[in-house]
Write a protein that binds this ligand. Sequence first.
Ligand code: PLP
Ligand code: CA
Length: 305
Amino acid sequence: SAPPKYLTGDPAAINEFIDKFDTFLFDCDGVLWSGDHIFEGVPETIALLRSKGKRTVFVTNNSTKSRQEYLKKLTGLGIPSEVDDIFGSSYSAAIYVSRILKLPEGKNKVYIIGETGIEKELESEGIPYIGGTDPTYRRDITPEDFKALADGSLLDDDVGIVLCGLDFHINYLKLAVGMHYLKRGALFLATNTDSTLPMHHDFFLGAGSVHVPLIYASGQQPLALGKPSQAMMDAVEGKFQLDRARTCMIGDRLNTDIKFGVEGKLGGTLHVATGVNQKADWEKEDPIAIPSFYADKLSDLRLGA
Ligand code: PLP
Ligand code: CA
């Protein structure tokens, strides 16, 4: 495919870029901010796009926060928004469970490996769950647990789904419980498969790395519902009535954001170099995905004011 069009420092190219789209889907970490540090000029860039009548939607793979919690973060960092502007991987998983899978009562309970973001989004869809932040599962495994897992007495017959996101309290007991549900035929879902989690200018284990033991032990692959899953794209399209040709995905990561937009056949994808990947990553031979536009940073778009 054609090499990406450079936008940085080129007002004409920036204006042409902005005119091409009605909706911009923003990845969050690595595009808008890094951790709790908002990048300079980002609130002004979002405000500029909105003043031109563009719709701005925030699409994050971070499963640890619910949309409500993300709303607080966006607003607190100077990007006033509404909960319906936000589409997180936990929400994506929750609506997949409630509106697509629609398992019958008595088979629709979710066993969560993850944090409150998943719990809150399942709650808002009326889906029952266990695990998650419940201290019952956040402890060392005992000899009695091994027995109770083997004879099934530690397992809830209503569980039909194992849903994995990033869990900062992952332990042997939680994984063993998950593995036993999978062995009994539960569906294997993941909020996202990000291998790494950028924090403090370094990398830590992402959600994808944390659920690898379950893949290995069960021999099954999860269906992931965050970027680049097209189940998420379909849900985003349905919710926002997207015209894909007039929609652009903006992201820092090739194997999630840019792949998400390319496979979703959006009108464009914009890679910015303020996060995980640099332009060298798509310049090399056989890149994971090639964006259609490139800018050093999001606030470079302000030149199109
Ligand atoms: N997962 C977790 C737990 C995170 O904290 C983050 C970034 O903060 C991500 C995933 C990646 O999020 P995004 O898709 O907004 O880059
Ligand atoms: Ca990102």
